[in-house]
Write a protein that binds this ligand. Structure first.
Ligand code: FES
Length: 178
């Protein structure tokens, strides 16, 4: 057995089951979906959803990976991904604050909440603070207008918010920073 062959055998035996050749096992979950979808090109949007669920966002590497797997031009995959507002291209922060800016929430002061959080954490809407602690987003009507203004903080729905109450809760979530 040559040195190279021996090394390969040792590497293979050292490799834990399930290791993905990319070095990132999260791709395995995307691969599983791709296999189930038989690598059909019309599964692009569904595949992007799966990839975003797995990684939390769609990086350029992920978009290229999906494009190769489905034998589609990367430019087309990028075009489709950017067309839909559901996809995000920045890694999410440790915490996420989504402020509903639908009509009911807007008339009850949602903008002041967005501004307050944005100012306090120096984070523009739709982005993540420089230290990675907080992602600030806005959403169209979240379907709970009776609770306006509505904020979703780390998955919890907060009702009848104002800038002060939201900042207090975000501060607690982030750990008193900001
Ligand atoms: S407008 Fe905010 S929940 Fe409907």
């Amino acid at each position: 057995m040559s040195d190279t062959t021996t090394r390969r055998v040792v590497e293979a035996s050292n490799r834990q089951q399930g290791d993905h050749p990319s070095g990132d096992n999260r791709f395995e979950l995307v691969d599983k979906h791709l296999k189930r979808a038989r690598y059909e090109q019309d599964q692009l949007i569904e595949t992007l959803h799966v990839a975003q669920d797995v990684f939390g966002y769609l990086s350029e590497d992920i978009l290229i990976y999906v494009a190769r797997a489905l034998r589609l031009p990367p430019s087309m995959v990028y075009g489709v991904a950017t067309f839909y507002h559901l996809f995000t291209f920045e890694p999410p922060g440790d915490h996420s604050c989504t402020v509903c800016t639908g009509t009911a929430c807007f008339v009850k002061g949602a903008d002041a909440i967005v501004q307050g959080v944005s100012d306090a954490y120096s984070v523009p809407t739709g982005e993540t603070s420089a230290d990675g602690s907080l992602t600030l987003k806005t959403a169209r009507c979240l379907g709970s207008c009776g609770l306006a203004p509505v904020v979703v903080l780390d998955g919890s729905v907060l009702s009848h918010q104002n800038a002060e109450s939201t900042l207090e809760l975000v501060g607690t979530a982030v750990g008193g920073e900001g």
